[in-house]
Design a protein around this ligand. Structure first.
Ligand SMILES: Cc1cc2nc3c(=O)[nH]c(=O)nc-3n(C[C@H](O)[C@H](O)[C@H](O)COP(=O)(O)OP(=O)(O)OC[C@H]3O[C@@H](n4cnc5c(N)ncnc54)[C@H](O)[C@@H]3O)c2cc1C
Length: 459
């Protein structure tokens, strides 16, 4: 039998799509770099079907690219024309919410927003949150160890991962859906699979930690003059706001661009730095004196020059809309979106150094900075008026070479995929990369899973 015939015989009806039945969306993730539709698109509906599909593909030496919601920003889910794409979209069942253990067990294809809503209906929050919440899947988020805006309080996906079910390249099912934080039983295989971007195994189910639902979230927007003031406000917020759940900074250019795109005028003029502060409160509804006191102290100490407290969900949404920058792709076509991390105290100096070096070599380029400053995570929105691959690479090289001097990471949360493969050596030593290759060879000796992703080509 051919590969397609074997897969059709093993999987449920409608699970094997070929030719024109393969939807356009299978071509690329949100990075837009995918060029090819896959050979086949598989849509298994159970862990057993994922296992059967991988067993058959392994026997045929067929490469497989796992796909979730295709919102990734590193090209990790993009197939070559010779790959089989394996979509987890049908594994979207929420199996259980265990209130006593404060955890949720769900399928890898479950959409983040659906999981958040299910948790909320049971009186909990699943706190990892990001702009792509309506499409990103739990499996894809674990595979990329997604972060988002509340990492400062609740951590990334790995921090909220209790148990994982994963299918290895040869079809072996490893199911360890533990409901406990304390589980020192040998190697943490789930933590290894998390962040491996589909190169070590296919995630089929997970058990994730749930957190108490805060009674209220309060949000403030602060104007500041210098990056040193951003750091002073962060220190103050960390000590005075026990529920601090987001601390997001925008440099002037980023704020001005997105405020205008949202048709808002939040401050009389775009400040040099703007910070969104969010805090979760469980002590009672209404405006918290703690946040107001903090802002008053910051104003007295000349740390901030102005501040707005959201009086409604609508106000808070407008602050976040500027930060989330929904119009960036339209405003800056061909945008290069870098996602680096480095010691929080050095972020201002790093941004200044990158801006200066780019202005010297590419005077017409624009670079905007924003990010999860509380987590040392900075995003760089780079725009070249006439983008071409060589110039884009040169601008990236300036940013990553500068980052190397700050001992930073070339990927804070988006992953490596294909886009940052060639820069991995800026953040990981040759010995570390060699160890990663050994792990890959141990779990996927025939290099079936997500070829060409994460690890640079061997010399
Ligand atoms: C508007 C917007 C905002 C974003 N904001 C953030 C943010 O704040 N923080 C952040 O971290 N990311 C952010 N992202 C990036 C993206 O949402 C995350 O990377 C997300 O985790 C990807 O999930 P997905 O289901 O779309 O995965 P996909 O894009 O489909 O896949 C991502 C990677 O995971 C692999 N994969 C997918 N499913 C599985 C599985 N079941 N088993 C094994 N491997 C799998 C794929 O092969 C690929 O390598 C944003 C993206 C957009 C478009």
């Amino acid at each position: 039998m051919t590969l397609t015939e074997e897969l059709r015989a093993a999987l449920s009806p409608g699970a094997v799509l070929t030719g024109p039945d393969i939807p356009e969306g299978a071509r690329s993730d949100a990075s837009g770099v995918g060029r090819s539709l896959p050979l086949l698109l598989l849509r298994p509906s159970s862990t057993a079907e994922v296992s059967a599909a991988l067993r058959i593909c392994a026997r045929h030496g067929q490469t497989v690219v796992p796909q979730g919601g295709m919102t990734g920003l590193a090209g990790g889910a993009c197939p070559a024309a010779t790959d089989v794409a394996l979509s987890l979209e049908r594994l979207d069942v929420i199996a259980e919410i265990d209130a006593e253990a404060s955890c949720i067990t769900l399928g890898a294809g479950c959409i983040l927003q659906t999981a958040q809503e299910a948790a909320a209906a049971a009186g909990f929050q699943f706190p990892v949150d990001l702009g792509a919440r309506g499409s990103a899947t739990i499996g894809g988020m674990i595979a990329t160890n997604a972060g988002g805006v509340r990492v400062i309080r609740h951590g990334m996906m790995r921090d909220n991962l209790l148990g994982l079910e994963v299918v290895l390249a040869d079809g072996t099912i490893l199911s360890h859906l533990a409901k406990v934080r304390k589980d020192n039983t040998g190697y943490a295989l789930g933590q290894l699979i998390a962040g491996s971007e589909g190169t070590l195994g296919v995630i089929t189910r997970a058990t994730l930690l749930l957190h108490p639902m805060p009674l209220a979230r309060e949000t403030a927007l602060c104007a500041l003059d210098r990056f040193a003031d951003v750091l002073a406000l962060l220190a103050l917020a960390r000590s005075e706001l026990p529920g601090l759940s987001a601390f997001e900074a925008m440099w002037q250019g980023y704020f001005a661009l997105n405020q205008q795109a949202e048709n808002l005028r939040l401050f009389p003029a775009p400040p040099p730095f703007t910070v969104i502060l969010e805090t979760e409160t469980s002590g009672g509804p209404g405006k918290s004196a703690v946040l107001e006191d903090l802002l008053a102290t910051a104003m007295d100490r000349a740390v901030i020059t102005d501040a707005l407290i959201a009086q409604s969900d609508r106000d808070a949404r407008s602050f976040w809309a500027v930060r989330e920058g929904h119009h960036l792709d339209r405003l800056l076509p061909g945008l290069l979106n870098l996602d680096v991390s480095l010691a929080t105290g050095e972020m201002g100096a790093f941004a200044d150094a990158v801006a200066t070096r780019i202005a010297a070599d590419f005077p017409t380029a624009r670079v905007h900075f924003f990010g999860h400053v509380g987590d040392g995570n900075l995003h760089l929105a780079l725009h070249l008026p006439q983008p071409d691959a060589r110039a884009a690479h040169a601008v990236e090289a300036i940013a990553y070479d500068t980052l190397r001097a700050f001992a930073g990471s070339v990927s804070a949360e988006h992953g490596i995929g294909t886009l940052k493969r060639d820069w991995l050596q800026h953040s990981r030593s040759a010995a570390e990369i060699a160890t990663m290759r050994q792990l890959k060879a141990a779990l996927d000796p025939r290099h079936i899973l997500n070829p060409g992703k994460v690890l640079p080509d061997a010399d």
